[in-house]
Design a protein around this ligand. Structure first.
Ligand code: NA7
Length: 532
């Protein structure tokens, strides 16, 4: 059966929720499709112990509806996953969004029909939707990476993907638990399970730089103040580089004396969160500055971890600090002082294979396990879309078009794919800024484009190739002065074998991105989009 809508929105996370709400408000006949059983996106799937946002909750929340921000009280500076789901439910209750979604529905194909000028969307169960416009709100970190580890399928204990965590936590108290992966997910799991599991074995390949989160409970009086000042808080976010109120500076490292630098580093460490990233403006452009900040964090690991060999293995080396996603923790390094927590350094002794009961390293070391947790990351930025068969005009397939790296205009449109939009897509600021605010500005831009086309009675909206090329040059040129591409991470697509490496994110900051969106929308989108 073919269901007909004006717009299909794929994805029920923060982006998809706001897209469905806004399109409905604009009078469009819209349907949302979500693979999970409820709204939430990554915050539904990633319900592993310790899952928590590491932007302040007050920032990491919708700005578009004052009633929502006035009524909702955050209880922690950095909200945990259950609170984020409660927030999502609260928003849903206020705006009645879930009624517009089909859940447990996975999209497999999206094919442009040039004759009818609409999209045919097919699901895993062969249901079909027809819609003039298709909005991909599929998220930049949603498609799990399956690690290539020999013997993984032979393991007879339970394998748990962090991003597909079961509804009920297993009882780890009597079990030997292994964790592969020490990115931000692995760190949150390890610090949570260390005190609980009978034995916890951490298989670490690349250590991450982690800084103290210093999370605090938010009191009613604090939230009262926040609510009084929300408009200022949002203004600050709109005009910042990260879409949030994190402190930033124009101060360069060498403008200070060595004592002042040390004091500032100590103060940033004490303050916690991403304070250190905002301490010196040149930390991501000047290698010697970056080295000094990295040395400081490494020295903190020595201060915390009792066993010098373990401390040494935990120290990240060989890539700039903040070039790999920085992590925030609560007692992560302290976890390694527990007698039941064991670090296995897979840089020195790589995982060779997995047997039916154990992880086996090259040295022959066998670690017997009941559970094996894979916190091995995502086919990020593009994976959620390239795993759907998306065909645009002239039969061109998105996966092929992106084979040499994701190419797009503002992370919202791709030339050759008419009436297809993305929220928080590749080559926008993506995960380098507050994703909720990026989704909000993207959705506003998309709804504006659709409304303009409808008002003018147009059938097809495409991005002008020259505008896409110009944007991509800007994205590329900005990366040249940055240390970020020097680290091999999912930020640079290096974590997926065969994926074209490169930084496909706009590092010019959220404010500049917003300005680019505004320019592109000027004069009824005339300068950037072709409407026919
Ligand atoms: P990440 O940051 O990609 O981390 C994945 C980790 O898994 C990382 O330590 C990897 O080591 C490790 N990994 C992946 N494959 C293997 C194999 N085959 N063997 C050993 N170790 C492996 O993902 P996260 O989920 O932590 O974070 C991603 C985002 O999701 C983050 O921004 C959060 O917002 C949520 P490697 O670096 O490849 O040596």
């Amino acid at each position: 059966m073919m269901q007909q809508f004006e717009v299909i929105v794929i994805g029920g996370g923060f982006g998809g929720m706001y897209a469905v709400h806004s399109l409905r408000k604009a009078g469009r006949k819209v349907r949302g499709i979500e693979a999970g059983p409820r709204l939430g996106g990554v915050w539904y799937w990633n319900k592993y112990p310790g899952a928590r946002v590491d932007l302040p909750s007050v920032d990491y929340s919708y700005a578009f509806d004052d009633a929502i921000q006035q009524e909702w009280d955050w209880t922690e500076q950095f909200a945990a996953q259950p609170e984020l789901l409660r927030y999502i439910d609260f928003v849903d209750k206020k705006l009645s969004i879930s009624s517009e979604f089909d859940f447990n529905t996975t999209v497999t194909d999206a094919l442009w029909d040039p004759g009818q000028k609409n999209w045919i969307i097919t699901t895993k169960t062969d249901n079909k939707y027809q819609a003039k416009y298709c909005v991909f709100a599929t998220g930049p970190i949603s498609y799990p990476k399956v690690p290539r580890i020999d013997g993984l399928d032979d393991f007879k204990g339970q394998i748990i993907y962090s991003s597909r965590w079961p509804d009920c936590d297993p009882d780890f108290t009597k079990s030997a638990v292994g964790v592969i992966g020490t990115g931000s997910t692995g760190i949150q799991i390890i610090q949570s399970l260390g005190p609980i599991a009978k034995e916890l074995y951490v298989f670490q390949r690349t250590p991450s730089f982690s800084m103290p989160m210093r999370n605090v409970k938010l009191t009613t009086s604090y939230m009262k103040e926040v609510k009084k000042h929300y408009s200022g808080i949002r203004d600050a976010a709109w005009n910042s580089a990260v879409g949030g109120t994190r402190p930033q500076t124009t101060r360069s490292f060498y403008s200070l004396t060595p004592e002042q630098r040390q004091q500032l580093l100590e103060a940033s460490w004490e303050q916690g969160g991403l304070a250190m990233l905002g301490a010196f403006r040149d930390v991501l452009t000047n290698k010697s500055v970056n080295d000094a900040v990295a040395d400081f964090v490494r020295s903190k690991i020595d201060e915390v971890v009792d066993n010098p060999e373990v401390a040494e293995a935990l120290k990240p080396r060989g890539y700039p600090i903040f070039a790999r996603r920085p992590c925030l923790d609560t007692g992560y390094y302290e976890t390694y002082n527990l007698p039941n927590v064991h670090l296995i350094d897979c840089l020195k002794d790589p995982i060779r294979t997995i047997s039916d009961t154990a992880v086996v390293n090259d040295s022959g070391r066998e670690t017997q396990l009941d559970y094996l947790i894979l916190a091995t990351g995502f086919d990020a930025l593009t994976g959620a879309m390239t795993h759907i068969n998306i065909n645009g005009s002239d039969g061109r397939n998105l996966k092929d078009v992106w084979n040499d790296g994701a190419y797009s205009f503002l992370g919202t449109m791709v030339s050759g794919f008419p009436n297809l939009f993305m929220t928080a897509g590749p080559n926008g600021p993506s995960v380098l800024a507050n994703l909720i605010h990026t989704n909000e500005v993207d959705v506003d831009w998309i709804v504006g484009a659709i409304q303009t086309a409808e008002r003018k009675g147009m059938q097809c909206v495409t991005v002008k190739k020259a505008c896409e090329d110009e944007w991509m040059s800007r994205v590329h040129d900005l990366t040249l002065g940055s240390l970020i591409p020097q680290a091999k991470t999912w930020w640079t697509n290096s974590n997926i074998p065969g994926k074209k490496e490169g930084l496909t994110m706009f590092i010019g900051g959220f404010l500049e991105y917003r300005k680019a969106l505004e320019r592109a929308a000027g004069q009824d989108y005339k300068n950037s989009l072709l409407m026919e």
